[in-house]
Design a protein around this ligand. Sequence first.
Ligand SMILES: CCCCC/C=C\C/C=C\C/C=C\C/C=C\CCCC(=O)SCCNC(=O)CCNC(=O)[C@H](O)C(C)(C)COP(=O)(O)OP(=O)(O)OC[C@H]1O[C@@H](n2cnc3c(N)ncnc32)[C@H](O)[C@@H]1OP(=O)(O)O
Ligand SMILES: Cc1cc2nc3c(=O)[nH]c(=O)nc-3n(C[C@H](O)[C@H](O)[C@H](O)COP(=O)(O)OP(=O)(O)OC[C@H]3O[C@@H](n4cnc5c(N)ncnc54)[C@H](O)[C@@H]3O)c2cc1C
Length: 662
Amino acid sequence: MAAVNPDLQSERDGATFDTNKLTFLLDGGEGMTERRREVEAEALADPEVTGGPHYHFMSRPEQYSDAVRKAVHYMKQAKTGKFDNPADAHWYRNTLWPNEMAPIGLHTTMFLPTLENNSSPEQKEKWAPLAKDFKIIGTYSQTEMGHGTNLKALETTATYEPELEQFILHSPTLSSIKWWPGGLGKTSNFAVVMASMIIKGKNYGMHPFIVQLRSLEDHTVITGIEVGDIGPKFGFNTIDNGYLKFDHVRIPRENLLMKNAVVEPDGTYVRIAKNEKAAYSTMIFVRAMIVLEVATRGLAQACTIAVRYSCVRRQSELVPGGPEPKVLDFQTQQYKLLPVLASCYAYWFSGLFIRMTYFQINYEIQQGNIDLLPELHAVSSGLKAFTSYGSMAGIEQCRLACGGHGFSQASGLPKIYTTMTAGCTYEGENSVLYLQMARYLMKSFLQAEKGETTTNSVAYLSKKNLDKCVLGATLSPDTIIAAYEHRAARLVRKAGLRVNALEAAGKPYHEAWNLTSVQFTKAAEAHCHYFVVLKFADTLEEMEDEAEIHNVLLQLFQLYACYGITNYAADFTEDGFMSQEQLDMVRLRVLDLMADIRPNAVALVDSFDYPDHILGSVLGRYDGNVYENLYKWAKDSPLNKTEVHDSYYKYLQPMITGKSNL
Ligand SMILES: CCCCC/C=C\C/C=C\C/C=C\C/C=C\CCCC(=O)SCCNC(=O)CCNC(=O)[C@H](O)C(C)(C)COP(=O)(O)OP(=O)(O)OC[C@H]1O[C@@H](n2cnc3c(N)ncnc32)[C@H](O)[C@@H]1OP(=O)(O)O
Ligand SMILES: Cc1cc2nc3c(=O)[nH]c(=O)nc-3n(C[C@H](O)[C@H](O)[C@H](O)COP(=O)(O)OP(=O)(O)OC[C@H]3O[C@@H](n4cnc5c(N)ncnc54)[C@H](O)[C@@H]3O)c2cc1C
């Protein structure tokens, strides 16, 4: 390995804590880190994983094809049983497809989970092993050209015919064509198709059906089905997001996944699930996973690149006539990057929390206890929206902080950005998800108004909140939490009272709701902000005796919270809760905290522990040898394969010389 750039080495030498120990905390324990590193090391030693053509120097069809090559490699490995632990499989995939979407991504994240959580026991026994062993490859096909958000308006129909005990799948309109499902266009031979179920003329709403799309022999498309790729996108170019059209395709009755609702042979519909949104369960799972696995990890990688590069890049003067400083020593550069880094840590702890909570509550739901489903739906929706938007903005900030080289694909940042930003849209568009959380907040507000006690994430709504902020120079977590509680409670209450007032003035509820929805999305955002602050504080409180790490995490916590206050100053001050003096103090504390954190900046990104292969960045290399590798990158560019490019002979030569050698 090449020697580490001394400018990066000096940062590591000056850190006040052991990065390894912080990595253990982020991974959820030393054993988890060790296992992750083992899986990554095995993958990194495999030429099928690290070899192959260079991602950025391929066309889109080549990118897709190479991703399929990797998919086959993954499936072969998985078939040996070595990934029985889902986390191992996850680490392996992350190394195989760094910041890319696998053509079989939907198979593992949605198709299989839907089969497992929405099938009857017999169906699960039949389908899950086939999917687990990749004997069938599937996707989750819900969104249509005309509707992604409004699931009640899905137009694909599954009409039951009792005589033959079959459902007939049909796409009655142009807008009913399934559009967007990942891996649908070219890769999958099966899909879970969400369709409106119609029995004897009655529409029972969206239900999941397992449908074969292509032959298992030669991959030709089943009669009555039209399927293909939807074309190049802003990102996600390794995956074949597809379209799917049905022309009266018949499937057996048993292909309705019947855990939540059964259709008997004579067409009698029997609902089993206690909650009518049971068919939406896979979406909750993915939303809960997006927080850590998509939003936070994308941001952590971008921070790693931008912070390391900012310690390697020297430019301008700090001391008149002095040497060029590392750009991270400029206060404005710290202001670009360190609050983003702090938010990354904040999201990480919320991500760990929602992942664990999802598995706990889902276990309860599987046992038939659905009491906590509304809480899980609200929190997973809100956190998905809050963290994906924050990460998207943070990644862009990291890119801008890298100056010109940030604009090159060599930085790795455009790819991280385009992959991650999709997470603001898929699995529920962010504003739509904030409005789902807002429904929950409105209900909780009404409960609190009636004097009832609200619980879990909204417990603060029925508490007596402080009227005056008591935040002082010590910035204790409790006073910070109280400030965020006050802001969220006030914004929720203000929006709730406005709905009530509009209704009292004669507006129907739906109109009152729409007229308050901007306020409510801001209230939902404030609620999520509070929640993320709270989970960060909880992590600090629960930490075991690691004083150095506790110190630096406390600084990050304070920076995250203070930066949030300065960014949303009006929310904290306009009702007189926080004084101008307190706000001024908070603003100055942001600057002081940045100076405190600065010496540990590289150690804090090293703790994310991303191998260079996953970062895919010349700027963010662990060894910091940026310039020689930028030069190498340029030399590898396909345009440099020949001294004179073909286009010269085709176009320039005739114009410049008046003759053509072609
Ligand atoms: C270590 C292991 C790691 C494992 C890693 C695993 C995974 C890796 C991570 C991530 C994967 C990454 C990448 C995957 C890449 C791409 C995948 C993209 C896939 C897709 O992109 S796939 C399509 C997703 N497409 C949507 O996301 C549609 C959004 N649109 C909706 O979701 C609905 O359409 C909605 C909610 C807007 C309106 O729906 P609606 O009109 O029917 O309902 P309505 O508003 O009337 O609400 C009536 C009552 O239902 C409640 N309610 C609603 N939803 C509920 C739910 N889910 N559960 C429980 N209750 C729910 C409400 O809260 C309310 O309750 P109440 O009445 O009490 O207030
Ligand atoms: C990369 C990518 C991968 C995807 N993968 C899959 C997949 O595998 N399977 C699948 O089924 N789908 C998939 N999708 C589809 C995705 O889930 C939807 O695009 C997403 O849910 C948003 O729905 P929409 O496209 O209908 O947006 P729209 O709802 O049309 O959003 C347009 C605008 O309208 C606003 N809006 C809509 N409804 C409301 C409302 N009620 N109140 C206020 N504002 C509203 C939105 O906020 C937004 O600003 C994918 C999409 C992308 C981009």
